[in-house]
Design a protein around this ligand. Structure first.
Ligand code: CP
Ligand code: NVA
Length: 308
């Protein structure tokens, strides 16, 4: 049994085999009608709890569909409707759920909640996003890059905008998969030091370049995300827009990257804030492949967790 808590805490070898298995499972499904089960049903008879303390479209639907395609069943639980939101400890919740289900995926606020769930659960736990990281997303992003451009090792990835939870998982991935990552954004929204230290400790320090035009020179991939995350106070919105306006991914910025650079965004997007619709719907964009690959990547992550 394995947890999938972060890209930084999963071995390089396991990360690689998850991506390769995800791609193989995607290929095997090609041409099959939507909604039909896979040939292989490794989750037959298994129950998966999907806990959400924050909203979700992609994570919720892709995990739910992924479990069903592999022959398992799901239970989608909203944090606020569970005793979790009314004083029961995470540890007790973890112990109880472990008596009923075979796997737990949780999207929550504090990383401590995820870690406590993993510590006390006797079944594997998957991180479906915390305030600090979003590892399932970046597994799908690495898979998407490689599907379009081959191995990501040694390539240049540029993040423009807020140094948030999705960026932190990119920094972990830079260290584990061995790519060059540049962050461009205003100093108040710099990434957390831990994520930068992890990438540096693996020999792939993140470059910080305040000028977005210079940052994207030679980029194979340009990435951004919302300027205001779910855990950020809504009161920060106006200030963030003022701080980040110059880091919008638009056609002028993409013109400074390599001609065949890809553009990614984990979605949901605020169109024409962090990225223009021209870029999101343009020839560089692979945003919907990214969203699709959440399904395939997470199916492989669940198999890894359950040793199937
Ligand atoms: N990208 C992502 O995790 O989307 P949701 O918030 O819709 O799950
Ligand atoms: N950074 C965003 C990602 C959403 C998928 C958030 O945490 O709200």
């Amino acid at each position: 049994m394995n947890n999938f808590l972060d890209i930084s805490t999963t071995s390089k070898e396991h990360l690689r085999s998850i991506i390769d298995q995800a791609q193989a499972m995607k290929t095997a499904r090609n041409g099959r009608p939507k909604g039909t089960p896979d040939d292989d049903m490794p989750l037959d008879g298994r129950m998966v709890a999907l806990i959400f303390e924050k909203p979700s479209t992609r994570t919720r639907v892709s995990f739910d569909v992924g479990v069903r395609q592999m022959g398992g069943q799901t239970m989608v639980l909203s944090g606020s409707e569970m005793q979790l939101g009314h004083g029961e400890t995470i540890a007790d919740t973890a112990r109880v759920l472990s008596r009923y289900v075979d796997l737990i995926m949780i999207r929550t606020f504090e990383e401590a909640t995820l870690l406590e769930m993993a510590e006390y659960a006797t079944v594997p736990v998957i991180n479906g996003l915390t305030n600090r990281t979003h590892p399932c997303q970046i597994m799908a992003d690495v898979m998407t890059f490689e599907e379009h451009r081959g191995p990501i090792t040694g390539r240049k990835v540029v993040w423009s905008g807020d140094g948030n939870n999705v960026f932190a998982s990119f920094a972990h991935a830079a260290g584990q998969f061995g790519f060059d990552l540049t962050f461009t954004g205003p100093p108040p929204l710099d990434p957390e030091r831990d994520a930068l230290e992890f990438a540096a400790s693996k020999g792939h320090p993140v470059t910080i370049e305040r000028d977005p035009m210079r940052a994207v020179e030679g980029a194979d991939l340009v990435v951004t995300d919302t300027w205001v995350s779910m855990h950020d106070p809504q009161s920060a919105k106006e200030r963030r827009h003022n701080q980040l306006r110059g880091y919008q991914v638009n056609a002028a910025l993409m013109a400074h990257a390599k001609p065949d650079a890809l553009f990614m965004h984990c979605l949901p997007a605020h169109r024409d804030d962090e990225a223009t619709s021209e870029v999101m719907d343009g020839p560089h964009s692979v945003i919907f492949d990214e969203a699709e690959n959440r399904l395939h990547a997470q199916k492989a992550i669940m198999r890894y967790c359950l040793g199937l």
